[in-house]
Design a protein around this ligand. Sequence first.
Ligand SMILES: [Zn+2]
Length: 464
Amino acid sequence: MILLKNCFTLYTDPADPDLVPLTDIDVLIEGNRISKIGKDLTPPEGGGPGGEGSGTVQTIDASRCVVVPGFFNTHHHFYQVLTRNVPAVQNAKLFTWLVYLYEIWKNIDEEGVLVSSQVAMGELAKTGCTCTSDHHYLYPRGFAADLMGLQFEAAKKIGMRFAPTRGSMSLSKKDGGLPPDSVVQTEGEILKDSRRVIERYHDPNPLAMGKVILAPCSPFSVSKDLMVETARLARSYEVRLHTHLAETKDEDEYCLRKYGKRPLKLMEEWEFVGEDVSYAHGIHFEDEELEFLRQSGTAVCHCPSSNMRLGSGVARVKEMLERGITVSLAVDGSASNDASDFLGEMRQALLLQRIRYGAEALTVPQVFALATRNGARVLNFSKLGRIEEGWGADLALFDVHRLEYAGSLSDPLAALLFAGVNHQSECTIVNGRVVVERGKLTGVDEGELTEKANRIAARIQKIG
Ligand SMILES: [Zn+2]
């Protein structure tokens, strides 16, 4: 049981522009749910029902903190932690960057997957994210371990709610794709393992700690058959679908050259559209394609830092929101961001749209909508994304009584995006468990993890 005492300012639904925030308020968490929000709360005698810390009460002084629902990161590639800012491709665009890095990534091993997943999720948790996806599409030949199992092990250690995608690549260089032969799989292998991970790890419960999503990598690394079969398999289990789409002009050209069609048209023909589908990036959509996204209910996962880093372009997020398209937010992989700073990514989203559309492009509540309710919708968690009695206990607390926020408290919520220097949460709570306390991860030794990651990164990059 956790009691948050005297929250400085609490936003039950920061995506709501008319919301009146609560001040000097308490929140009681029992088990994995929020049980009460009110003044001067005291825990019930003898502790509450089940869950973490049952029977004992952990009281947290929140009098310096803005309290918001935990954030959802809807697209990532954890393994790329091991190849952040590699000098040879610091200034490269997507296709060049990919072709170079595949030669290093093919050396990723079990320890690399485990440690990079912990690092990425650790960074996310430390910046207010409580639920993340990951898009792992690289299965090097000879990698015998249960890759998604290793990632779930990492999620458990950090305490993160996890909705990984089973990524895949089936087209290598010899078939006209970009990756080397040694990291792609046959369609039979991919579909068999996709079925296995759903049966092993997918939990349909609204407060599940694990949900599985299927995600062929992109139109230029898989075949039509694999997209179609994957979509059918996902729907037979009622799990979600995800892929990269409309990220670069090179992708448009590839699809036009190979299939005579634009990427979104291919997705339509390959049954990869609908309310259960999300696309990472979604930059290069034309007007009628935006209309198609709206009509079909397909969502877009916006990755502002990565789009800037690779010079891919500025997604039409403002227009998508105006049309009623669901847009969520994501940091993207650690070789193209290269940070998993989630609150920082929210600031990037706010600012990047203003480059394209002017100062009124996105408001603070709209950015919070991307990070909370829209993320929850994309990853399929119906009882998360707000701080409500009976809802899941996923929250982020930011200490705004610090130098870097001085003078910003006329609007404490906006202060999180406009001010601040390191975007770190004071405390992050996932499923009723404190995973970040006083700015530090509770599940791992950060120093040890950092050194381990550096050692593996050096080894992998040398082999490449
Ligand atoms: Zn990506």
